[in-house]
Ligand binder design. Structure first.
Ligand SMILES: Cc1cc2nc3c(=O)[nH]c(=O)nc-3n(C[C@H](O)[C@H](O)[C@H](O)COP(=O)(O)O)c2cc1C
Length: 180
C-alpha cells in the first residue's frame, strides 16, 4: 500500500476483532515511530506495549474510552521532558515534546493503516492513574495511548471519512486568498 492510501484509509477505531497481530508488525510500528523527525535529534519518548487484558481494561476505564480493551495490544507513548530541557528553553522544550510524540504516533498510525490495522489516539486520560497502573516514573508524561488491532466493523469506520473544505483552509500566497 502506498503512503497516500495508508493516509486515506486510516480512521479512528475503538472496537477490534479478537485477532492477534503478528509480533513483527508490532515491532515495525515502533520502528516507524522512531523514524519520524525529532527536534534537536532528541528522542525523549519511550513506548510501553500492553497486551495484558486486565491492564487494557483498566486503561479503558481510566481514559473513559469504552471498548478499546478489545484491542489485542496498546502502545502507551511516554516522554521524558528532562532530555529536552537539557537542550532547549522551557517553552520550546514543552512544545517539542508534544510535537515529537505527535510525529512518532502519526508514523505508527499510518504504518498500522498500511497493514490494515485500525488504531486510535487517546490523549484524554488521568496522568497519575495511568502512571501508577504502568509503574511509569514520575518524570515521564504520558502523551497518548494507542489501541491497535483489526477493526471490528470496517463499515462503521468509513462513515467517519472527513470532508474538508480546501477553499476554507488553504490560502494562496496570502491569508484569505482561496484556491478558487
Ligand atoms: C492529539 C489527539 C488527541 C486525541 N485524543 C482522543 C481522545 O482522548 N479520545 C478519543 O476518543 N479520540 C481522541 N483522538 C482521536 C480523534 O477524536 C479523531 O482522530 C478524530 O475524531 C478524527 O477521526 P479520524 O481519526 O477517524 O479521522 C485524538 C486525536 C488526536 C490527534
Amino acid at each position: 500500500m502506498d503512503v497516500y492510501d495508508a493516509i486515506t484509509k486510516r480512521r479512528t477505531v475503538y472496537s477490534f476483532l479478537d485477532k492477534e497481530v503478528n509480533e513483527e508488525i508490532i515491532l515495525k510500528l515502533i520502528d516507524s515511530a522512531v523514524k519520524s523527525p525529532t527536534a534537536g535529534g532528541i528522542r525523549e519518548y519511550e513506548f510501553i506495549i500492553v497486551t495484558n487484558q486486565n491492564t487494557k481494561r483498566e486503561i479503558s476505564k481510566i481514559s473513559l474510552t469504552p471498548y478499546i480493551d478489545s484491542a489485542p495490544f496498546m502502545v502507551v507513548v511516554i516522554c521524558d521532558k528532562s532530555k529536552m530541557d537539557a537542550v532547549f528553553d522551557e517553552e520550546d522544550s514543552e512544545t517539542f515534546c508534544v510535537e515529537n510524540a505527535a510525529l512518532a504516533i502519526e508514523n505508527m498510525l499510518l504504518m498500522a493503516s498500511s497493514y490494515g490495522l485500525g488504531s486510535a489516539w487517546i490523549a484524554t486520560l488521568q496522568q497519575g492513574d495511568i502512571k501508577k497502573l504502568l509503574s511509569i516514573p514520575e518524570k515521564y508524561k504520558v502523551r497518548g495511548i494507542i489501541p491497535l488491532g483489526y477493526a471490528k466493523d470496517e463499515a462503521t469506520i468509513k462513515i467517519n471519512a472527513p470532508k474538508v473544505d480546501m477553499n476554507r483552509i488553504v490560502h494562496i500566497e496570502k491569508f484569505n486568498n482561496s484556491t478558487d
